[in-house]
Design a protein around this ligand. Structure first.
Ligand SMILES: [Zn+2]
Length: 96
């Protein structure tokens, strides 16, 4: 991941552990997805339970890996929206 946005100069990595919060997005959306899909399969089809279990386990592993970068993007967007105390990006921020 780039340390700063090459377009506008926003510093992405503000401090160590900054992107820990993106896990909330990733975990929350994964859990929501699995719950909705599980109930849709449970009430909508007649698939055997072990097949459903292993399929949703695969979703639980693969979806967060795919969604990783989008979760970070959502985290940065939320942080930029709610935390307006930060200084606007400076030109010299790009050199660090
Ligand atoms: Zn940008």
């Amino acid at each position: 991941m780039e340390p700063v946005c090459t377009d506008c100069g926003i510093k992405f990595q503000r401090e160590p552990g900054y992107f820990l919060g993106s896990i909330y997005f990733n975990y929350g959306l994964t859990a929501l997805l699995v719950i909705v899909v599980y109930f849709a399969i449970f009430f909508g089809t007649n698939l055997p339970q072990p097949q459903v279990l292993w399929s949703l386990t695969a979703v639980c592993v693969l979806f967060p890996i795919w969604f990783f970068r989008y979760a970070r993007s959502l985290w940065v967007g939320m942080d930029r929206y709610f935390d307006r105390t930060g200084n606007p990006p400076q030109k010299d921020d790009q050199e660090r």
